[in-house]
Design a protein around this ligand. Sequence first.
Ligand SMILES: C[S@@+](CC[C@H](N)C(=O)[O-])C[C@H]1O[C@@H](n2cnc3c(N)ncnc32)[C@H](O)[C@@H]1O
Length: 275
Amino acid sequence: MPAPRSSSVTQSPVNSGQIATLQSGNRPESLDSKGAKDYIVVLIRSDTLDRILKMSILKSYRNPDPLVQYCVNHSLRLTDVQKRLNDLTLQHRRGRMLGAPEVLQLNSNIMQAIGAKKVLDIGVFTGASSLSAALALPPEGKVHALDISEEYTNIGKPFWEESGVADKIRLHIAPAAETLQKFVDGGEAGTFDYAFIDADKTNYDRYYELCLTLLRPGGVIAFDNTLWDGAVIDPADQTPDTVALRKLNEKLKDDQRINISFLKIGDGLSLCFKK
Ligand SMILES: C[S@@+](CC[C@H](N)C(=O)[O-])C[C@H]1O[C@@H](n2cnc3c(N)ncnc32)[C@H](O)[C@@H]1O
């Protein structure tokens, strides 16, 4: 819609965030032609608008958008143990690293849809993503959980036990690229069904190439945080994480080894389906 002419706003001066009533007869034609009788104009500073737009890509546990809350209230199916793990994680000093529950549930739903049995969880933190995956797998299924921090992953272990899935989760404490390379060297190429990549962003491309090798055709790689709080579309942001994610998004767009869906869910989720 074209911006209304300033002359059509009420005489009194308006500041950012204030609401101005447009006087009848001074309304832009584009609005009147759509049958609008009354409408308001809100002046918003561009940095405030930026913040509002970025709010729309917050993980649901930080997102006040009523539609996002409606979606999660009408779809999330967390067990009591999962809810308690999330509550505890959100009290942690790095709690914002917790995967968005709506993203973890989508991962689990796809795992079940494709009959996944062997899963990579790259970046475990307090174990919510590994737990969600393990709950979705059949009894013989296995989640290989890769992280460098025992401090973080130890927080999740009692919750894996309490959920009765600890035997389905194999934790590998080492840099993820090393663990993935070991799987390749050990002859496990083409044997994994799903990989959730949610660790250090500057290594995402390395993880991608290794996971593509490890996945079977029809397997899925899910990248978390591919919108990175909106930073990927801010050319002024040249920090290494943002640059790495931007480059990856460019690469995935045209990579003919996969089909792709880039979803504006949580902090951005890129789903890559290996051909
Ligand atoms: C965003 S958190 C993962 C959140 C988790 N997937 C969830 O759903 O709650 C990122 C994790 O990656 C781990 N990490 C960072 N660098 C790593 C590396 N080189 N190899 C493996 N894990 C790494 C961190 O220790 C941290 O636990």
